[in-house]
Ligand binder design. Structure first.
Ligand code: NAD
Ligand code: TYD
Length: 359
């Protein structure tokens, strides 16, 4: 069995679906169920007699060392994949406490317990075990339009409390490999999008606001660039790194799909105009609203995934155009999921973040 942490979040839940389709090995999902964790994203596994035999959920914190020690001793996992984190830049700007606690302190606790577990494995179990840490391209900082894309050798220069906390966890993971010989792998992906994405992030937020006749908030001049990675391509990359990645190495994962935020928002509006036209016949583009910029807003991220492509033969299958069409269609077909996770906490965040934001 493998253990996935943060498996009730956006990428983690997609990964569990992907893993159960691609492998026979069972998976245990350890998740604290913060506002971003939603068991509804895994409901079709619980509802499937065959799949649920290979899936187990445990509610808990990656910083809870007693729980971790018990689970590791009982499960004897062959791998742990650490998705659990506080992940939203704007929330880290509003208040970073939870980011420091989960992304740094709790990740340290997790590493300590995994180290203790690893130390008592047999030689053959040790050689099979992997700890895969999911990091982000944001640890590399911001690029100008002329700069080359991030390689794995790019210097760390995190700019937000979120990326700084992720950078700190990466350094701990690196140190646990170097110092204690823990067989770690670290991946740096670009912005993911796809099903089960919590509607506080740009793409699902724009889809939802458009459908509800609300403003589509574009920060600053809308010319910031992100490199979009369809989440299923990301999941396939993680499986490739886990299976064949070289221990102690880091791998960048990106879709080679750089788009400005305005291009992203315009594309979503055009797709909605086609798939779910507004009753008044107007384009969703009329709902775009430029709002105050994010403080310290990174201008551009771009990933050079050559190492992953050449060493492990991975390729992104989706272009932005094919992936965003699938994503918009998924949201249109799964409004019940969105409504079910749009809790009071979500409403409170949206009011606090976007009230008085019009520039
Ligand atoms: P998410 O916010 O959707 O989900 C995070 C999950 O972790 C939630 O289910 C939450 O309940 C759980 N969690 C939070 N704190 C926990 C704790 N202390 N113990 C146990 N569980 C806890 O995040 P995501 O978008 O799925 O991102 C997953 C990982 O990928 C994160 O590490 C993030 O930094 C990284 N990442 C995400 C993106 C992206 O575009 N979404 C890009 C680059 C890197
Ligand atoms: P986001 O989805 O929060 O991801 P990240 O900050 O990790 O890249 O934001 C993606 C881009 O969209 C980023 O440049 C900020 C911008 N953005 C908006 O313009 N409006 C919004 O309401 C949000 C949430 C983001």
């Amino acid at each position: 069995m493998i253990i996935v942490t943060g498996g009730a979040g956006f990428i983690g839940s997609n990964f569990i679906h992907d893993w159960l389709r691609a492998n026979h090995e069972p998976v245990l999902n350890l998740d604290k169920l913060t506002y971003a964790g939603n068991l509804k994203s895994l409901a079709n596994i619980e509802a499937d007699e065959a799949l649920k035999l290979r899936y187990r959920f445990v509610r808990g914190d990656i910083g809870d060392r007693t729980l971790l020690a018990t689970l590791l001793a009982e499960i004897k996992p062959t791998a742990m994949i650490n998705f659990a984190a506080e992940s939203h830049v704007d929330r880290s700007i509003a208040g970073a406490d939870e980011f420091i606690q989960t992304n740094i302190v709790s990740t340290f606790n997790l590493l300590e317990e995994v180290r203790a577990y690893f130390s008592q494995l047999s030689a053959s179990e040790k050689s099979a075990f992997r700890f895969l840490h999911i990091s982000t391209d944001e640890v590399y900082g911001s690029l100008s339009e002329a700069d080359a894309a991030f390689t794995e050798r790019h210097q760390y220069a995190p700019n937000s409390p979120y990326s700084a906390s992720k950078a700190a966890s990466d350094h701990l993971v690196r140190a646990y490999h170097h110092t204690y010989g823990l067989p770690t792998l670290t991946t740096h992906c670009s912005n993911n999008y796809g099903p089960y994405h919590f509607p506080e992030k740009l793409i699902p937020l724009v889809i939802q606001n458009a459908l509800h006749g609300k403003p589509l908030p574009v920060y600053g001049d809308g010319q910031n660039i992100r490199d979009w990675l369809y989440v299923a391509d990301h999941c396939a990359a993680i499986r490739a790194v886990l299976a064949n990645g070289r221990v102690g190495e880091t791998y960048n994962i990106g879709g080679r799909n750089e788009r400005t935020n305005m291009e992203v928002v315009n594309t979503i509006c055009a797709l909605l105009d086609e798939l779910k036209p507004r009753p008044d016949g107007q384009s969703y583009i009329t709902q775009i609203s430029f709002v105050k910029d994010r403080p310290g807003h990174d201008r551009r991220y771009a990933i050079d995934a050559s190492k992953l492509e050449s060493e492990l033969g991975w390729r992104a299958h989706e272009t932005f155009e094919t992936g965003i069409r699938k994503t918009v269609s998924w949201y249109l077909a799964n409004q019940a999921w969105v409504e079910s996770i749009s809790s009071g906490e979500y409403q409170t965040w949206m009011r606090a973040q976007y009230e008085n934001a019009a520039s």
